[in-house]
Design a protein. Structure first.
Length: 449
């Protein structure tokens, strides 16, 4: 079975290329035309340590085998003429840049630390990221036909030793009916006019864009920084980026609309796909009468449910105007896992209010109407919440945790397929391993007997 380490293997480490001192390097393995360096193993150990993994005496051998497996996949991808698009490479590159950026503090600090511009970093790592994506796609194609039947799942579960069956924390699932107040045409016109006046003060009267952003902008992420945003193409909504890439440095945009509200921005700097701008957002405010109307509507829904005059599913269709949940019986999807269940850690990150509402509720209970702020979309509304399910902490079982066991069964089958493929490919591949690592207890026979 393919090794599963607690960290992500990358063909070469970011820290290896940029951050390491003068380390004596050497080739420790060769698979076809590709080589594994000692520094590759060392940098992966550093990543593991930073990720909280306890280093064991066997970890060098585990890392080496995983890297050799990745190169075996890469060799096959080249033979099969697998292609990954430039767009995929760019997106993966940007994702990795953002992770490092968050760890180090900012894009400027990243460039200062490595002594290179972000564009230089991207150019150097482009072939590495492409190889990584090719290996990943090869693995996906090898395992794409895997399917498991209910009998497979039951057989897998029954074969597990009791101490290997995981403990499952309490899981909760929720439904909601939300009514957002209507934003009228006059509300939008008022917001547009307010922002247009702010723009005129900046363009015609010379007022500071940063000061106006601090005073007026409704964007919580940038207002306190004078509206400053540093981003790259693909990070912002299309209307925003269309404005960014139509401006010259120093220009202030006209007022434009997005799903968030009305915007103006000033372009500070742009290099390739990367840009820095200042931004002011004005969100159309609804009148108090619209919020009151929403509250009355939700209360009417609540009373009908309480009296049993309407079912929950009927109420969702008739009353809710929340696009994220109105089409699926009001079920609230956990954005962290993509599933319909939540644990307490996820709730605390995404929607603390829902725990307060439902903490003392039983399965099937419905909360009274409450004001609700959708932090993702920056909208305020009124909602009621229904507790669908609350499980107690328990060992995984086929009744309550079938999806979890099914996924574990699929993973085992995936591992079996990759194991057989690896064994077959090793026999016909050119493989050379440094004598220092020939005593490793590999899972596969990389060294001919």
């Amino acid at each position: 079975m393919k090794l599963t380490l607690a960290f992500s293997i990358v063909l070469l480490s970011w820290s290896n290329v940029f951050g390491q001192g003068k380390t004596i390097d050497k080739i420790v393995a060769q698979i076809g035309d590709n080589v594994v360096l000692l520094s590759d193993i060392q940098s992966q150990k550093l990543q593991a340590l930073q990720g909280g993994v306890t280093l064991t005496p066997e970890i060098d051998c585990q890392i080496l085998e995983e890297l050799m497996f990745q190169y075996l996949l890469l060799n096959q991808a080249e033979l099969d003429s697998i292609v990954v698009s430039d767009e995929q490479v760019d997106a993966e590159m940007e994702s990795k840049i953002r992770v490092i950026e968050q760890q180090i503090g900012s894009r400027e600090k990243l460039e200062e630390f490595y002594g290179k511009s972000v564009n230089q970093i991207k150019r150097e790592f482009r072939p590495i990221i492409k190889d990584q994506l090719l290996s990943r796609e090869m693995e996906r194609q090898l395992t794409s036909v895997i399917s498991v039947s209910p009998k497979d799942v039951e057989r897998f579960y029954n074969a597990l030793p009791m101490d290997s069956i995981p403990l499952i924390n309490s899981q909760l699932s929720f439904q909601q009916i939300v009514v957002y107040p209507e934003v009228t045409l006059s509300d939008k016109e008022r917001a547009f006019k307010q922002l247009d006046e702010i723009r005129n003060g900046i363009v015609r009267e010379g007022k500071s864009f940063g000061t106006q952003a601090r005073i007026h902008s409704m964007d919580p992420g940038s207002a306190s920084k004078g509206g400053e945003i540093k981003a790259t193409r693909g990070m912002m909504v299309p209307q925003f980026e269309a404005s960014v890439f139509s401006l010259s440095v120093g220009d202030v945009s006209e007022v434009f609309e997005s799903t968030y509200g009305y915007h103006i921005l000033k372009l500070i700097d742009r290099k390739g796909d990367n840009y820095t701008c200042q931004h002011i957002l004005i969100i159309p405010n609804f009148e108090n009468s619209s919020l009151e109307a929403a509250a009355i509507r939700v209360d009417s829904c609540f009373q009908l449910l309480k009296q049993g005059k309407i079912t929950w599913n009927e109420a969702v269709v008739k009353f809710s105007n929340d696009e994220a949940t109105m089409q699926n019986q009001g079920v609230i999807t956990n954005p962290i896992t993509g599933e319909q269940t939540w644990d307490m850690e996820d709730l605390n990150q995404v929607d603390q209010q829902i725990y307060i509402l439902t903490n003392s509720m039983e399965k099937g209970d419905i909360s009274e109407p409450n004001l609700y702020t959708n932090l993702m979309e920056r909208k305020q509304g009124v909602r009621i919440v229904r507790l669908m399910e609350r499980t107690s902490p328990h060992r995984a079982n086929l009744t309550d945790d079938y999806t979890l066991v099914q996924r574990a069964t699929q993973n085992e089958k995936r591992g079996e397929v990759l194991q057989k493929w690896t064994e077959a490919k090793i026999k016909n591949a050119y493989i050379k391993i440094d004598k220092e690592y020939q005593n490793c207890e590999f899972r596969n026979e990389w060294i001919s007997q």
